[in-house]
Design a protein around this ligand. Structure first.
Ligand SMILES: *Cc1c(COP(=O)(O)O)cnc(C)c1O
Length: 382
């Protein structure tokens, strides 16, 4: 198999056969001429069902995750909703991480529960806890690793074994790691989900999602359901995501380099009580992360020693780290999950500590990032 970057740059992307254009055109057409009724050229008839720019992105994503099929969506949540509608029926049960992405929790807790779907939130770092939560009706084990925003680590191969001992499929939300750092299908997962908005797009300029699987039958059901519900990305978005994916490997290396330095700075600063980064040897998931990830990625969270007020001061004091939600872009971001990305879990069992600060460490020059953080942390200790 070709290397990761070769596939990121070439998979699904041949020079245009008519013009030789090295970068494939953005196919804006909503409909496609047929050579006689039913005589489609390459299966394209209407862009909700399939579009050549989307196909190029899908082939690239399938290759990067080592799966047979990928489907690109209008958002990560669109992908999540489409998949869960396929895998769950009223009365079915799913397991979600006890620190699931807030939007995933909201979809399960507020939307799907209205259709009679039941769920249990479990610490997926603990395989016995998962075993105990499984029911005869459990159809899905939904995993994130590393988790958002607490950077917890789950053992993907172990989860697959437990899920498959029952009747459940293992879905891994691989958004935080990206396929460059971790490929869950190779570890036994049935489906990989991405918010391509994050590292795969990588430039904070497009929202998108994806599902990747090697299960042919499931892939057919995803095609059918996606076409039925209409959760598709437009061709411009597919193009931007494909463009971003080409540099994923070099970006992830630099994100990881910078995040390691940031984690060191935080660990040594008195304004920080705990650093949450799987690259640190003292992180409880370090060994599992080292086994299943190439490196540890660009997300770093920490608890401010001075509690909520100090956390808010730090968030308000950085200049280079922009105060904003989302993650995975080239630029560094800082946020307070309790009041921003994870406000939807406030008051639930998924509530996050209010001294928590989350960093998406970008690929700027690391010394500038360290200077910026140091002065913000100093402001909180003053
Ligand atoms: C952002 C995110 C999602 C949702 O994706 P959207 O593209 O925002 O719909 C799902 N999971 C994780 C881990 C995320 O960070």
């Amino acid at each position: 198999m070709q290397g990761f970057s070769t596939r990121a740059i070439h998979a699904g992307q041949e020079p245009d056969p008519t013009t030789g254009a090295v970068i494939g055109p953005i196919h804006t057409s909503s409909t496609f001429a047929q050579d006689g009724v039913g005589g489609t050229r390459g299966g394209y008839e209407y862009s909700r069902s399939a579009n050549p720019t989307r196909t190029a992105l899908q082939e690239c994503l399938a290759s990067l995750e080592g799966g047979r099929h990928a489907h690109a969506f209008g958002s990560g949540m669109g992908a999540t909703d489409t998949l869960l509608r396929i895998l769950l029926r009223p009365g079915d049960h799913l397991v979600i991480p006890h620190d699931a992405y807030g939007g995933t929790f909201r979809l399960v807790d507020k939307v799907l529960s209205g259709w009679g779907v039941e769920y249990t939130a479990v610490d997926l770092g603990d395989l016995d806890a998962l075993r105990a939560a499984l029911r005869p009706t459990t159809k899905v084990v939904w995993c994130e690793t590393p988790t958002n925003p607490l950077l917890g680590i789950a053992d993907i191969a172990g989860l697959a074994e437990v899920a498959h001992s029952g009747d459940a499929r293992l879905v891994v939300d691989n958004t935080f790691a990206s396929p460059y750092l971790q490929t869950p299908l190779a570890l036994g997962a049935d489906v990989v989900l991405h918010s391509t908005t994050k590292y795969i797009g990588g430039h904070s300029d497009v929202v998108g999602g994806a599902l990747v699987t090697s299960d042919d039958e499931l892939a057919d059901r995803i095609s059918f359901t996606q076409n039925s519900v209409g959760s598709v990305p437009g061709p411009f978005d597919a193009y931007l995501t494909l463009r971003g994916a080409k540099t994923l490997a070099v970006r992830m290396e630099r994100h990881s380099d910078n995040a390691e330095r940031v984690a060191e700075l935080l660990a040594a600063h008195p304004a920080v009580s705990t650093v949450l980064y799987p690259g640190l040897p003292e992180h409880p998931g370090h060994e599992v992360a080292a086994k299943q990830m190439r490196r540890f990625g660009g997300m770093v969270s920490f608890l401010a020693a001075g509690g909520r007020e100090a956390a808010l001061t730090i968030c308000a004091s950085t200049k280079l780290f922009t105060l904003a939600e989302s993650l995975g872009g080239v630029e560094s971001l800082i946020e307070h999950p309790g009041q921003m990305t994870h406000a939807s879990v406030a008051g639930s069992m998924l509530e996050v500590p209010d001294s928590l600060v989350r960093l998406s460490v970008g690929i700027e020059d690391v010394d500038d990032l360290l200077d910026d953080l140091r002065s913000a942390l100093d402001a909180a200790s003053a």
